[in-house]
Unconditional design. Structure first.
Length: 128
């Protein structure tokens, strides 16, 4: 199976990992636009506990600007989300692989940019 994401198990706790991810993203020139506590959102709506699960929406302004020059509607599925979740008492961090998702637009310049974004996202995760 050809996965569209990159995942790493980390040895730190959930909250510490969230802080570490945000710091690591900053080192790769991303800023955190928003954090979404998926556990809280689902629990509020359907009263189910899915465990600790957070989406960190990050953005690298240089890459974002360059990408918007190539495909203006790209914000519909910008590939800079990181998820942090706990499953079976283990903490994981995942990101989408922009090289896989951006190729559907069939824009060679965008595909090259996506590879650069992917490298930075993987670096952020690998540096944890």
């Amino acid at each position: 199976m050809n996965k569209f994401w990159y995942t790493k198990e980390v040895k730190t706790g959930f909250l510490e990992t969230v802080d570490d991810v945000m710091f690591s993203l900053k080192e790769q020139w991303f800023w955190v636009v928003h954090k979404i506590d998926i556990q809280q959102k689902i629990s509020d709506k359907i009263w189910v506990d899915i465990g600790e699960y957070l989406i960190i929406w990050a953005c690298n302004p240089i890459f974002a600007y360059d990408a918007l020059q190539l495909e203006y509607e790209l914000w519909l599925f910008f590939p800079c989300n990181i998820i942090v979740y706990k499953k079976d008492d283990k903490v994981f961090v995942s990101c989408i692989l922009p090289s896989k998702t951006m190729n559907v637009l069939q824009n060679e310049k965008l595909e090259n940019l996506a590879k650069s974004v992917e490298e930075k996202l993987k670096n952020a995760i690998n540096n944890l």
